[in-house]
Design a protein around this ligand. Structure first.
Ligand code: ATP
Ligand code: MG
Length: 427
């Protein structure tokens, strides 16, 4: 089931010279637990698409068309349907149920905290991976308690969240429906974002840990102590010593700030995370560690992700599917192996050809000639045609429709089928 569905999304920026068509009609879906990589040259609209989904666009950015659907994770949705049915004509009963679940959950949260403290005190052996192992009885209890608490947390979410399906679309009068208001409720709790340039995302005058604790207490009904414990846990999870929560941002290295940003994005157990260039500006070793971290998180938390980057080797490593953008449009989309092995768009071929591969055959790197177009007045037809060696007359005229070259693999090229045959012949 698609958790996120984006249909023909258009986002334009108003500037003095006119409208920048930063995103001009893109379509894709992301399933629960799935990771999509969004790639493309600088300025093609990747960050803008992410800001439209999270409704964090700057004041001159406007959604000009299309739809965004964000569905509730199924486990919470099922529960919520049940509750809605049984409390339809009894709103006070719902309130009572909320009180009942909360009263069961609070001591559990307390017990969990104590157990964690006990575990921390008990003799530990550090494993090679840095993980600790301690008393098996305590650990077993911790697993049981965590399961019980998370079951109750789900129940509480289902009882208190009032959204069924978040939808952003343009009404006839040009206004948006109530997505904007609804998304505010679930931003950070269900959808969260690791920002491009996370290095500067923390406020320099507050301790990093306090900023995470504030994010938690703002959205969840927990005490400061509980939130502090969660922040320590998260630091450990992303590989920073928990004691460093009392550091200020300037006391962190770039890689640590990036990890702390990941911790912040995960603080409320979101079901969908957008990571905008999570590894750019980091050295390759730190980059590798962060990618390993992301892979581990995907496995452990079954989170859906959208990873935005202009580095195709990053998406190759962590994505199930890839969307390739150019000048505000999707050029090609498909499973990672499909897009890499059976490339079906000249732009993707150019983009992949300009990146070195360590594992593959040695080949000459070819960069795409020319520059990305001006998005105030983009080229007619396919915006890539002025730089495309396969371009013909038709490419200057109509905007290409999606062609499904194999199941789940779509190319937005007038000559996708022909190109596909030609590229396969060359192999
Ligand atoms: N607030 C704004 N006002 C006007 N134009 C903007 C604004 N924000 C972005 N743009 C323009 O929109 C286009 C898309 O920008 P966006 O930041 O989405 O690109 P990107 O693909 O994320 O690039 P990068 O890889 O460099 O981060 C660019 O042409 C950019 O100049
Ligand atoms: Mg960007």
């Amino acid at each position: 089931m698609a958790l996120l569905e984006v249909k023909n999304l258009k986002v334009h920026f108003k500037i003095e010279e006119g409208w920048v068509k930063a995103v001009d009609g893109i379509t894709f879906t992301i399933d629960l637990g799935e990771t999509m990589g969004l790639v493309g040259e600088s300025g093609c609209g990747k960050t803008t698409a992410a800001y439209a989904i999270t409704q964090l666009l700057p004041p001159n950015g406007f959604i000009k068309g299309g739809h965004i659907f964000f569905k509730e994770p199924p486990r919470v949705a099922d529960l919520r349907r049940k509750y809605d049915e049984s409390f339809k004509s009894a709103p006070t009963a719902r309130k009572k149920e909320i009180a009942r679940v909360t009263s069961k959950l609070s001591p559990l949260r307390g017990e969990l905290r104590k157990l964690q403290e006990e575990l921390a005190k008990s003799p530990q052996q550090k494993g090679a991976s840095g993980s600790t192992s301690s008393s098996p009885i305590l650990e077993k209890r911790l697993v049981e308690l965590t399961a019980e608490a998370s079951e109750l947390e789900n129940r509480l979410s289902a009882l208190t969240y009032s959204y069924d399906l978040l939808r952003i679309s343009i009404r006839k009068d040009g206004s948006l429906d109530d997505y904007n208001e609804k998304i505010r409720k679930i931003r950070w709790t269900e959808i969260s974002m690791i920002f491009q340039g996370a290095m500067n995302a923390f406020n320099p005058v507050f301790k990093v840990g306090d900023q995470i604790i504030e994010a938690i207490t703002l959205h969840k009904d927990v005490s400061d102590d509980e939130a502090r414990e969660r922040a320590r846990e998260l630091f450990e999870f992303v590989g920073i010593g928990p004691d460093r929560i009392d550091n200020y941002p300037h006391e962190f290295s770039g890689g640590m700030k990036q990890r702390a940003m990941i911790a912040l994005a995960l603080a409320l157990n979101p079901s969908f995370v957008i990571a905008d260039e999570p590894t750019t500006a980091l050295d390759v070793i730190t980059q590798d560690r962060i990618l390993a971290e992301i892979r581990r998180l995907q496995e452990q938390l079954n989170m859906a992700m959208m990873i935005i980057t202009h580095d195709v080797s990053v998406v190759a490593e962590v994505s199930d599917k890839i969307g390739v953008m150019y000048a505000g449009l999707m050029m090609e989309i498909g499973r990672t192996t499909q897009v890499f092995k059976n490339t079906a768009h000249p732009y993707t071929a150019g983009l992949l050809g300009s990146f070195p591969s360590i594992k593959g055959k040695k080949k000459r790197l070819i960069s795409i000639p020319g520059f990305p177009p001006d998005l105030v007045e983009p080229p007619s037809g396919c915006p890539f045609h002025p730089r495309c060696q396969h371009a013909r007359k038709a490419c200057q005229e109509g905007r290409p429709k999606g062609v499904e070259v194999e199941p789940g693999h779509i190319s937005y090229c007038h000559y996708a089928k022909e190109l596909w045959d030609e590229l396969r012949r060359r192999e």
